[in-house]
Design a protein around this ligand. Structure first.
Ligand SMILES: Nc1nc2[nH]c(I)nc2c(=O)[nH]1
Length: 270
């Protein structure tokens, strides 16, 4: 992968990837990019007409997804309003150990296709006791616990209002019941210990996950407006006193699917 060579300029790789996408999808530019995390796989179906689906491996700088269930495709969708949505089903996680450049390549590529809005979705653990598995929540801010950054050199980027208040207000107009919280990105791949969850809770975190923060930083560097959604698939370790059954998590995710798909389609159309 060209991104693994430190002498490669990641923005040149993103430009090449954007050219591949334009050629392979026939859409010379895209307006909005959407990354689908765990549980959000079907959310793109309601957004509009899929005019092209391409294997991510055919696009410069993308590689085979390590995690089954994370489809390795890129989709171009035309919404009824005539907007072009690039759906990224090929997320690279930091825990795969390929470095932050590979994690944020999809965001930089989306920006290079012309997208001005980056919608980041993920599956995550919930710390707020009022939340339940299957509930989507808005991300209001993040705490980056990875010890890493996609930014290289003296790239001092301001992250105030990184998770756009304007887009959160728009989402709340569509679904006033939407709650929000601070997302903590842990390195993973292990889940947090109960003590780590209490640490996150103590310093103001409400959601624990293993993605999104690094991608959001790169989106801001690229000048995109960012909206983040977490699907709370489980309560974080130690929050739920009863043992968490995987079947419950799967069931919660399945029940949430139509709700979050409709929500996402309406937010993207707005
Ligand atoms: N770090 C972290 N990531 C997650 N992803 C999902 I789905 N659930 C969790 C969780 O409880 N913790």
């Amino acid at each position: 992968n060209p991104l693994d060579d430190p002498n490669t300029d990641p923005f040149e790789v993103a430009a090449a990837a954007a050219a591949d996408i334009a050629r392979l999808t026939g859409a010379e530019s895209h307006d909005i990019a959407l990354t689908l995390g765990s549980g959000w796989g079907k959310a793109a179906d309601l957004i509009g007409e899929t005019t092209a689906t391409i294997p991510a491996t055919e696009v410069t700088g993308f590689s085979k997804p390590a995690l089954e269930g994370h489809v390795g495709t890129l989709r171009s969708i035309l919404t009824p309003e005539g907007r072009r949505v690039l759906v990224i089903g090929a997320r690279t996680h930091f825990y795969e150990g390929h470095g932050p450049r590979r994690v944020v390549h999809s965001v930089r590529t989306a920006a290079a296709t012309g997208a001005k809005t980056m919608v980041l979705t993920n599956g995550a653990g919930g710390i707020r006791h009022t939340w339940k598995p299957g509930q989507p929540v808005l991300i209001s801010d993040h705490i980056n616990l990875t010890g890493a950054s996609p930014l290289e050199g003296a790239t001092f980027v301001d992250l105030t209002d990184l998770y756009s208040m304007r887009l959160r207000d728009l989402a709340r107009r569509i679904d006033p019941t939407l709650d929000e919280g601070v997302y903590c990105q842990f390195r993973g791949p292990q889940y947090e210990t109960p003590a780590e969850v209490q640490m996150a809770k103590t310093f103001g975190g409400h959601i624990v996950g293993m993605s999104t923060a690094l991608e959001a930083i790169a989106a801001r560097q690229a000048g995109m407006e960012v909206l983040g959604f977490s699907l709370i698939t489980n309560m974080a370790a130690g929050i739920q006193t009863t043992p968490l059954s995987h079947a419950e998590v799967i069931e919660a995710g399945r029940e949430a699917e139509p709700v979050i798909s409709d929500l996402l389609a309406r937010v993207v159309a707005a």
